[in-house]
Design a protein around this ligand. Structure first.
Ligand SMILES: [Zn+2]
Length: 486
């Protein structure tokens, strides 16, 4: 769902939630390089940021009065048929892992007349079907900005993007062309998390220009801000049926210090993070989801530090915690914390793995598209108590894989570089390839699903088969029913 029309934006998208009925918690640095994983610089000593104030009320619609009812048409007016969609209280969030524009992906995207869109075309139906779709943008997108964050001016900005021109680059200091954002928006992504260890790869100017580019593409960003800002408001979306607040932070940064305090740090600024979570709850969000960039790369178990942060977020009011950065999936667990006088249980997906990258190993080319169903408040006239209760009602995942196929005759090539002869596509690993790249059901053919299941457990089959088998139908086959959760 997007706040404003944009090229490729979907209208009339159908919530995946109509398919997701069960609570089925299942069971994922700093590098982001290709295999073998290169060592990354260890985080520098913590630099205390300037003092933060508590999060101010975010620019949400939560506090606004409800729209006025339309004027009555009188007792003899024809009564329109009730809109079943208006009765729905359930929305679905889809959360994807790291978008890492390695050199090979940038070369291909720049050489292909379709840009980066083919990367995501195989899962665009799934991304677009959710009510709100997020991914982690593990790069800056900062035209005319050099590798140490200097402005190269209007002349450089007017040049067509080219890889390695002093501006756009892959590992280890990422900067991707704006076409990447246009492709993500066109595929159905709504929100990009910009809090990660590569957020400052082009320093403060790069972070700010990334925000400009994200907004220009019709997307929202969360986790970074412009210099001079003094608060870290949550991103709040009031969707038809429920409102959702997103908070994003990173526990890692490859560039320190964060001289202008434009990046929200999970540990160094934990009071600001928890204040933002609490403020979002206080405003009445039906669910607060924390997206954290944390953990150890290529390790399939969460670190004690991840567990500690997750508990802090949950205690502050998070209803779900979702992580990225390890470039492999980590387990989904339910943790129980004390919040006020109550004991609450919160799902934590420690790592979703990569969404798209050029990392070739099975653990790094596979990832999870996490689906979270959020139920909003019942209408005032509904019998009490409402069932299901507002909050998170279901959670499951769809297995993803970055498919790398041999190039075909006619594939676009960059005549000035050695554009790779491979085709890259993100696919849902368990369904027949909708693009015909492989032409067969990829499930079980390469060990990708087996790997994901080993860490995440089994996907909820009451959710995933309809999605995987009929994903392309979702947008054309509206369902507004709200089955009771099991
Ligand atoms: Zn990272």
């Amino acid at each position: 769902m997007a706040p404003a029309p944009r090229p490729g934006a979907r209208s009339g998208r159908v919530p995946l939630a109509r398919r997701a009925q069960a609570w089925a918690v299942l069971a994922g640095p700093l590098a982001c390089g290709t295999s073998p994983p290169p060592a990354e610089p260890a985080p520098a000593a913590t630099v205390a940021p300037p003092e933060h104030v508590a999060a101010a009320p975010s620019p949400s619609r939560l506090g606004e009065p409800a729209p006025a009812a339309p004027p009555s048409a009188g007792p003899h007016a024809a009564q329109p048929a009730p809109d079943p969609c208006a009765q729905s209280r359930r929305v679905t969030l889809a959360l994807a892992g790291d978008v890492i524009p390695h050199r090979e992906l940038q070369l291909h995207g720049l050489a292909d007349p379709a840009g980066f869109a083919p990367l995501f075309a195989g899962v665009a139906d799934l991304l677009a079907a959710a009510d709100l779709t997020l991914a982690n943008l593990e790069t800056t997108v900062a035209p005319a900005t050099d590798r140490i964050g200097r402005d190269l001016g209007a002349t450089a900005a007017s040049r067509a993007p080219a890889y390695g021109d002093g501006v756009f680059f892959g590992y280890p200091s990422f900067n991707a062309p704006p076409a990447l954002l246009q492709a993500l928006a066109g595929a159905g992504v709504d929100v990009l998390v910009t809090a990660n260890n590569h957020a400052l790869d082009r320093r403060t100017l790069g972070a700010e220009r990334t925000l400009e580019q994200v907004e220009a593409a019709g997307l929202a960003a969360i986790g970074t801000r412009r210099r001079g800002a003094t608060t870290w408001p949550a991103l709040v979306r009031t969707l038809p049926g429920a409102s959702v607040a997103i908070v994003a932070c990173t526990d890692l940064s490859n560039v320190r210090p964060d001289a202008d305090d434009v990046l929200l740090h999970c540990s160094d600024e934990l009071p600001a993070v928890t204040a933002t979570i609490a403020a979002a709850r206080g405003e009445g969000a039906d669910a607060v989801v924390v997206f954290a960039h944390w953990g150890a790369e290529y390790v399939t178990e969460p670190t004690p530090r991840q567990r500690k942060l997750a508990r802090a977020f949950a205690a502050a009011g998070a209803d779900a915690v979702v992580g990225t950065h390890p470039h492999v999936v980590q387990p989904i667990e339910r943790i129980t914390v004390t919040r006020g006088d109550a004991s609450v249980t919160v799902p934590v997906a420690y790592s979703l793995g990569n969404f798209v990258s050029h990392q070739p190993s099975i653990p790094s080319r596979t990832g999870a598209l996490l689906l979270i169903d959020v139920v909003g408040p019942a209408p005032a006239e509904a019998p009490a108590p409402p069932e299901p209760a507002p909050g998170i009602a279901a959670l499951t995942w769809i297995p993803l894989v970055v498919d790398r196929s041999p190039g075909r005759a006619g594939d676009p090539r960059d005549p000035t570089t050695e554009a790779p002869a491979e085709r890259f596509r993100v696919l849902a690993a368990a369904r027949a390839d909708p693009l015909g790249v492989r032409g067969t059901d990829r499930a079980g053919t390469t060990g990708e699903l087996e790997h994901l299941r080993a860490t995440l457990g089994e996907p909820d089959e009451r959710v995933t088969p309809p999605l995987l088998g009929q994903g392309a139908r979702l947008r054309a086959d509206a369902r507004c029913d709200l089955p009771a959760p099991e």
